[in-house]
Each structure stands twice: as structure tokens, then as C-alpha cells.
Design a protein around this ligand. Structure first.
Ligand SMILES: Cc1ncc(COP(=O)(O)O)c(C=O)c1O
Length: 405
């Protein structure tokens, strides 16, 4: 018999590094979720840009079940068909020529940063080890990724941290050109900064980064863990900008809810990860790769990707209308279904309060920092679900406004 558990159990048995909301969701279907008490929610959170095909998509269930009946796990002592098929798909659909599989975004980035250092070490020696990253960026929670990430709060208390990392202001071409040197092995950029408030890179910044990397013989790494797999209306956001990186990391939506991460790169760069140089027991697991292959098949179609752009318009119209009635937002940002709604200055610091009220009204949203409500729904959310979720969000915003009078 299963033990009965509730939200109080969290404090009794879990490490307190999270502070989950008071409800426990138990079932999801499409863009609807139900909690233990049977209350229903419209899901505009999508597992933080993970559930790109909603909850329990029938074709993902079938793919997972079929693979589960054949082969779960081997380790990398043997390769497997689902991993090879997925790597081929990723190479066919992007600039990449080689793929390394991991289990999360942080691990994909860890591989990318290690590979950039190793590539520079192999070709130019150990002084070329510096990594340039952006202030407020987020790249994961391992010690290397919090160090490359531009939010010191995630590193505090965990030092000594890896050295040789510089942070520059995001979208500041001048700062990048002053920071880069022949000691730089890589420049790391999120095409849209996610965790820090949905802030898109400018064309100029990405183009400048590309040409500075070329002239200093440094690698350009795009962290597309949040922006990848259709989220912005292209399979990867770099395809919107027309600037191609040397290494790209992808996770989150790649597995549609099944844990997987991947690092994509050029063949010449990949050579620096020679046999035994890096690895992971679970990386390239057949279950994860089968699900991810099906996710890519379903998402990478012109119809689905165009629909993401159309749904962005529908969300924008709803949000503008909401803001006319209850003007609490200063601006809306983002591309496709990665949308940030920044609160007006008078409400700064209160994004979490609004998230909580929204949940009470039956719609799941996210925050990005203290001042931004973030929406990362399923890429195939229906117009009816958008409509219902927005009317619940409108009720929540009205309550939020009343409570902050
Ligand atoms: C841009 C970016 N990079 C890396 C990560 C870390 O991914 P994970 O939590 O799967 O390790 C995230 C997660 O939010 C992210 O948004």
C-alpha cells in the first residue's frame, strides 16, 4: 500500500532547498493539471519550458511504453539505437556535426564549458582558459555552471569556485570587445536570458560575439536550454538570429518531461573530447532518447513552429487587454511561447505574490526574478485553454491589484 503524503510531508523528509507551493499536482493532460483535492488548473508554466507537448502526450506515452518493453539501460560501454537516431536527427536539423548526451541542462553546460577549455588547451595551451559570460545569466547549479552563471547569489557559500571566468553586461558589445582577449577560450550566451527576466539578446550583440570569437580564436557557446526545441518559433533561437554558435546546449523541452540534455558541436571541436575525457552513466539512455526523438519529430514541423508564433500573438493580445483593464505590467517581452510580463515599479518584488494568487484562481504561472511573471506553456496549447487561463489570470490580477491598493 502507498503511504499517504501531503505538502507537510515535504518539510519532514525533503532537503529544504525548494519551497514548493501548497498544492500537490497529481495528474496532467494536455494543458490541464489536477491536484490532490481534484481542483483543476490551466498550465501556463509547462514545467518551466519543459512540457512542450503538454502533459501525457499520447505519442510520447506510446514511444516510452514501446521502448520500456525492449531496453531501458546499457551504460556507455555499449551504444544504443535510440541515442544514435536522436544524434542523427539533431545533426540533420542544426549546425551540429557531433552530439554528447547528458541528463540535464546543467550537465550539458558542464560538458560545453569543459570541452571549450579542453579544445583551447589542445590547440593553444593552458593560458587560453578564460570564459566570458553575461551578468544575470543562468547556466545551472553545478559548481562550474553557477560560476559561469552571472548571479553571484547561487555561488555564495560554495567557494572556492572555478577561476578564469569574467562577467560582462548582457547586450553590451563594447564591454565584450574590451573583455575578450587571446586568453579567452569561450563566450557563453543565452539568446534570451530566461531566469533573469526574459531578456532577448540584440542582433548586434550576437553578431559582435560571433565576430569577436572568430578574431580571437574563441568558441561561441549558446545556452539554448530554455529557448530550444521550438520555444521561440524556430527549432533553436539562433535560427531566428542567423548567428551560428560552435557549441549549443539543449535540455528541458528536448525530453518533453523525460530528463535529458545534450551538447551539440562541430566535429573539429568534438575531437577534444577524446576517449575517456568526459562521460555520464545515464547520458544517452534509450528511454530518454526515444522520447526525445519523438518530441523532435512532433515539434520540428513548419505547422507547429508557425503556430507557436501565432499563439504568441494570441497571448500578447490577451495580455494587452488585461493590462488595459488592470494596468499592473510595465512591459511584455520574449519570443514565441517564452513570455515575460514585467510588473510596474510600484509592484516590484511582488511577482511571487501574483503567482500564488494565480494558482488560487486556477492558473499555473512562473516567475523570472522578483519582478517578472513568466509564461512558458505547452507549444500546442489550445485556444480554449489560453482563453480559460487568461480569464483566470485576469481574476488573479484584479485580486492582486485590490490587495496592493
Ligand atoms: C538557460 C538555462 N541554462 C541551464 C539551465 C539548467 O538546466 P537544469 O535545471 O536542467 O540543470 C536552465 C534551467 O532553468 C536554464 O534556463
Amino acid at each position: 500500500m502507498q503511504a499517504s503524503v501531503n505538502r507537510e510531508t515535504f518539510e519532514q523528509v525533503m532537503v529544504p532547498n525548494y519551497s514548493p507551493l501548497p498544492i500537490i499536482p497529481v495528474k496532467g493532460k494536455g494543458s490541464r493539471v489536477w491536484d490532490q483535492s481534484g481542483k483543476e488548473y490551466v498550465d501556463f508554466a509547462g514545467g518551466i519550458a519543459v512540457n512542450a507537448l503538454g502533459h501525457c502526450h499520447p505519442q510520447l506515452i506510446t514511444a516510452l511504453q514501446q521502448q520500456a518493453e525492449n531496453l531501458w539501460h546499457l551504460s556507455n560501454v555499449w551504444t544504443n539505437e535510440p541515442a544514435l537516431r536522436l544524434a542523427k536527427q539533431l545533426c540533420d536539423k542544426t549546425f551540429a556535426e557531433r552530439v554528447y548526451f547528458a541528463n540535464s541542462g546543467a550537465e550539458a553546460n558542464e560538458a560545453a564549458f569543459k570541452l571549450a577549455r579542453k579544445f583551447a588547451y589542445d590547440h593553444s595551451g593552458e593560458t587560453k582558459h578564460e570564459i566570458i559570460s553575461c551578468l544575470n545569466s543562468f547556466h545551472g547549479r553545478t559548481l562550474f555552471t553557477v560560476s559561469v552563471g552571472g548571479q553571484p547569489k547561487y555561488k555564495e557559500g560554495f567557494e572556492p569556485a572555478p577561476k578564469g571566468i569574467q562577467h560582462i553586461e548582457f547586450n553590451n558589445c563594447q564591454a565584450l570587445s574590451e573583455a575578450i582577449s587571446d586568453k579567452t577560450c569561450a563566450v557563453v550566451i543565452e539568446p534570451i536570458q530566461g531566469e533573469s527576466g526574459i531578456i532577448p539578446a540584440t542582433d548586434d550583440f550576437l553578431q559582435t560575439a560571433r565576430s569577436l570569437c572568430d578574431s580571437h580564436n574563441a568558441l561561441l557557446i549558446f545556452d539554448e536550454i530554455q529557448t530550444g526545441v521550438g520555444r521561440t518559433g524556430k527549432l533553436y533561437a539562433y535560427q531566428n538570429y542567423g548567428v551560428t554558435p560552435d557549441i549549443l546546449t539543449t535540455a528541458k523541452a528536448l525530453g518533453g518531461g523525460f530528463p535529458i540534455g545534450a551538447m551539440l558541436c562541430l566535429r573539429t571541436v568534438a575531437q577534444s573530447f577524446g576517449i575517456g575525457s568526459h562521460g555520464s552513466t545515464y547520458g544517452g539512455n534509450p528511454l530518454a532518447c526515444t522520447v526525445a526523438s519523438t518530441v523532435l519529430d512532433l515539434i520540428d514541423t513548419p505547422e507547429l513552429l508557425n503556430a507557436v508564433t501565432q499563439k504568441h500573438e494570441i497571448f500578447s493580445q490577451h495580455l494587452e487587454r488585461l493590462n488595459k483593464r488592470h494596468p499592473i505590467f510595465h512591459e511584455f517581452r520574449g519570443q514565441g511561447l517564452l513570455i515575460g510580463c514585467e510588473l510596474k515599479e510600484e509592484f516590484h518584488g511582488k511577482a511571487r505574490q501574483l503567482l500564488q494568487i494565480a494558482q488560487e484562481e486556477g492558473v499555473m504561472v512562473l516567475i523570472a526574478g522578483l519582478n517578472v511573471i513568466r509564461l512558458t506553456p505547452s507549444l500546442i496549447i489550445s485556444d480554449q485553454d489560453i482563453e480559460d487561463g487568461m480569464s483566470r489570470l485576469t481574476r488573479a490580477v484584479k485580486r492582486f491589484q485590490d490587495e496592493n491598493k
